[in-house]
Write a protein that binds this ligand. Structure first.
Ligand SMILES: Nc1ncnc2c1ncn2[C@@H]1O[C@H](COP(=O)(O)OP(=O)(O)OP(=O)(O)O)[C@@H](O)[C@H]1O
Ligand SMILES: [Mg+2]
Length: 356
């Protein structure tokens, strides 16, 4: 399967910039997730790749071939739209056959390919139903079969799981990943759900305001967000403003104290120390050997079954969130709201991120 390369691709709507000079290479057989908040340009990017939206500038190549000016039907890409966009008056089989008929494939080949595609998404026995006689997950699989039946070089998926309930979403996520891997399909998957992106993609592309904010394998992006936006979007609630001290061994909080740091790259000027709730330990008495410790009072305690989340108001005025293992699973005893508590974390625990 070919690679897809975007070179300085932009889309402007009048003065509004939906996508600004985006450059990205999606490797042969790779699954890349475009991730970001509503309005950041994910769908516009995907539609430009698919040929449904004209680019304002830049160039898109597939396997080295410039497709920028080609209509969708000459790009050989399978597209699954966010709302599935099935034809309501056509049966499942007719929906799947549509793309083949448009390409002038003969009747017997069409029948065979449709059958194979429906088997692949486990819908063979539903061929004669209408879309409204199917569940959301089944409709979603019809859309997937319709995209796959044309034997595309590239598969484009726009929030394909957004209308499904949690368990179906989990199931479909695994199915899409398995299909993609068994066919070796170069795939671009749009989502605003970081968990979905992390659990399916080889690489994530985090977008913000029409621009690429960060690209990398999920564990790398999750472990080392590069900006305050990335850290916040990836669900890190603790972002402490301050400045790194020379030598990168200390971090002076704007709220006063100096924290101990270790293993951090230098960031000049005002920046933030991002601390995941899981790396912060909570104690009912001052810990004796902590590298970093702040005292405070429990404001909110939320029980989550296997974990307990604490929101603390520290004495220096910062609010921090810590996540502890539940008492029944070996974690510390519950600390009720209003109680005095101490938070600690190792010098290696945080990540310093720049302001923007
Ligand atoms: N046809 C259009 N005309 C004018 N502006 C548009 C048009 N389509 C999209 N936009 C704008 O471009 C920006 C990016 O839109 P896009 O649909 O790509 O976002 P998205 O990341 O897919 O968001 P969501 O998660 O809500 O689907 C938005 O600000 C949107 O309002
Ligand atoms: Mg969208």
């Amino acid at each position: 399967m070919p690679d897809v390369v975007l070179q300085d691709v932009a889309k402007h709507y009048g003065p509004a910039v939906a996508v600004a000079n985006m450059s990205l290479r999606i490797g042969d057989g790779e699954l890349v997730a475009l991730l970001g908040p509503s309005g950041c340009g994910k769908t516009t990017t995907l539609r430009m790749i698919g040929g449904f939206v004209e680019t304002t500038s830049g160039c898109i190549t597939v396997g080295g071939r410039d497709v920028t000016a080609l209509p969708p039907n000459r790009r050989n890409m399978g597209f699954v739209f966010q709302n599935y966009a099935l034809f309501p008056h056509m049966t499942v089989a007719q929906n799947v056959a549509f793309g083949l008929e448009m390409r002038g494939v003969n009747r017997s080949d069409t029948d065979r390919k449709v059958r194979e595609a429906l088997v692949r998404v486990r819908l063979a026995q539903y061929a004669d139903r209408l879309p409204r006689q199917l569940s959301g997950g089944q409709q979603q699989r019809v859309a997937l079969a319709r995209a796959l039946v044309i034997e595309p070089d590239v598969l484009l998926l726009d929030e394909p799981l957004s209308n499904l309930d949690a368990s179906l979403r989990q199931e479909m996520k695994i199915e899409i990943r398995q299909l993609q891997q068994s066919l070796g399909l170069t795939t671009i998957f749009v989502t605003h759900d970081q968990d979905e992106a992390m659990s399916t993609a080889d690489r994530m592309v985090l977008m913000y305001n029409g621009k690429v904010e960060q690209v990398g394998p999920p564990d790398e992006v999750y472990g080392a967000p590069r900006s305050v936006f990335a850290a916040g979007f990836l669900g890190i609630p603790n972002l402490l403003p301050g400045q790194m001290l020379p030598g990168q061994q200390g971090f002076r909080l704007e709220a006063g104290p100096v924290l101990r740091l270790s293993g951090q790259a230098a960031v000049a000027g005002r920046c933030f120390l991002a601390l995941r709730p899981e790396v912060i330990s909570i104690h009912a008495a001052p810990p004796s050997d902590a590298e970093n410790c702040l005292a405070g009072r429990v404001e909110i305690m939320t029980y989550h079954g296997s974990a307990v989340e604490y929101q603390l108001r520290t004495d220096i005025g910062l609010t921090l969130t810590a996540r502890a293992v539940a008492p029944g699973l070996g974690g510390p005893a519950l600390l009720p709201e209003g109680s005095r508590a101490w938070l600690s974390w190792p010098a290696t625990a945080g990540v310093t991120v720049s302001e923007n």
